[in-house]
Write a protein that binds this ligand. Structure first.
Ligand SMILES: Nc1ncnc2c1ncn2[C@@H]1O[C@H](COP(=O)(O)OP(=O)(O)O)[C@@H](O)[C@H]1O
Ligand SMILES: [Mg+2]
Length: 250
C-alpha cells in the first residue's frame, strides 16, 4: 500500500466497503484512503461501480457492509438524514452531466446553495456569485440561462455551484464525459487550480485516462469490486502489472 499524505489523517477512509443489488455484487470490499490536499483519481471501466462508490460516500446509497469515515465522521453509522446534513455542507459533489437547473439563470444556479445554507444578504450573494464565476474562468454571464452555454461552460457553472460553500473535498463523477478533448483539458486544469489555489482535496472518478494523467497525484483502480492498485501517478505510468498497462495503454 502506498502512503499518500505525509502522515496526515485521511479525509476519506473506506474499509471493506461492499454493495450488492440483489445478487449483483458491485463492490466486494473496497479499501481506499484519500489524504488532505491530494487529488486522487479512481479509474475503472464502465459499470465497475464508480458512481455507486460515490453514492455511498455521500449517502445517496447505503453500503451493504464495511465502514466509511468522512471528515472524521463515521457516515456508515448514520441513521438519519439530519446527520448527513453536516456532511453535505462540507463535501462538494459534481454530478455527471452539468446537472444545472435548466429553468434557473446562472446566477440563481450558483446562488442556490448559498441561499439554502447561509444567511448572506442578496448583495453578498451576488458578490460571491461574481467571484465564483471569475474563479472558474467565466465572466459576467449571471443572467444567461444554461441552454445558452456550451457544455464546457455549463460544467464550469456547475463547478462554481459545487464550490460555493467552500467544501474541503470535491467529488467529481466523470467530469469530462460529453466534452471534446480540448474542453476536457481546460476542465482538468480547473480541477488542478482549485486544488492548488484553494487547497481542495479531489476525488475524481473517471474512465478517461487522459484526464487521469492530467489531474492525479495518485491513481486507484477499481476492478471487479475491489481497489486492485493504488499508486502515485509516476509509478502508474511505468507499472509492470499487465492489468494496469492494459487499462492505461489499451
Ligand atoms: N440503484 C441500482 N439498482 C440496481 N443496480 C444498480 C443500481 N445502481 C447501479 N447499479 C449497477 O451497479 C453497477 C455499477 O454501476 P455504476 O456505479 O453506475 O458504474 P460506473 O462505474 O459506470 O459508474 C452496474 O452494473 C449498475 O447496473
Ligand atoms: Mg458512473
Amino acid at each position: 500500500m502506498t502512503q499518500g499524505g505525509n502522515g496526515k489523517e485521511p479525509i476519506v477512509q473506506m474499509e471493506g466497503v461492499t454493495k450488492a443489488f440483489g445478487t449483483l455484487e458491485v463492490l466486494r470490499g473496497v479499501d481506499l484512503a484519500i489524504y488532505p490536499g491530494e487529488s486522487l483519481v479512481l479509474l475503472g471501466g464502465s459499470g465497475s461501480g464508480k458512481s455507486v462508490l460515490l453514492g455511498i460516500l455521500i449517502g445517496l446509497l447505503p453500503a451493504s457492509g464495511g465502514r466509511v469515515i468522512l471528515n472524521d465522521m463515521e457516515v456508515t453509522a448514520f441513521r438519519t438524514e439530519a446527520e448527513w446534513k453536516a456532511v453535505w455542507r462540507s463535501v462538494g459533489f459534481l454530478f455527471q452531466g452539468a446537472a444545472l437547473f435548466d429553468s434557473m439563470s446562472v446566477r440563481d444556479n450558483i446562488a442556490f446553495p448559498l441561499e439554502i445554507h447561509t444567511d448572506l444578504s442578496r448583495t453578498a450573494i451576488d458578490e460571491k456569485v461574481a467571484r465564483l464565476l471569475t474563479m472558474v474562468g467565466l465572466g459576467d454571464i449571471e443572467q444567461k440561462m444554461p441552454s445558452e452555454l456550451s457544455g464546457g461552460m455549463q460544467k464550469r457553472v456547475a463547478l462554481a455551484r459545487t464550490i460555493a460553500l467552500e467544501p474541503k473535498i470535491v467529488l467529481y463523477d466523470e467530469p469530462t464525459t460529453g466534452l471534446d478533448p480540448i474542453t476536457s483539458d481546460t476542465i482538468a486544469e480547473l480541477i488542478r487550480e482549485l486544488q492548488t489555489r484553494l487547497g481542495i482535496t479531489s476525488l475524481v472518478v473517471t474512465h478517461d485516462i487522459r484526464l487521469a494523467f492530467r489531474v492525479a497525484d495518485r491513481v486507484s483502480m477499481l476492478h471487479q469490486g475491489k481497489i486492485v492498485i493504488t499508486a502515485p501517478l509516476e509509478e502508474m505510468r511505468n507499472h509492470a502489472n499487465p492489468r494496469v498497462r492494459e487499462f492505461l495503454y489499451g
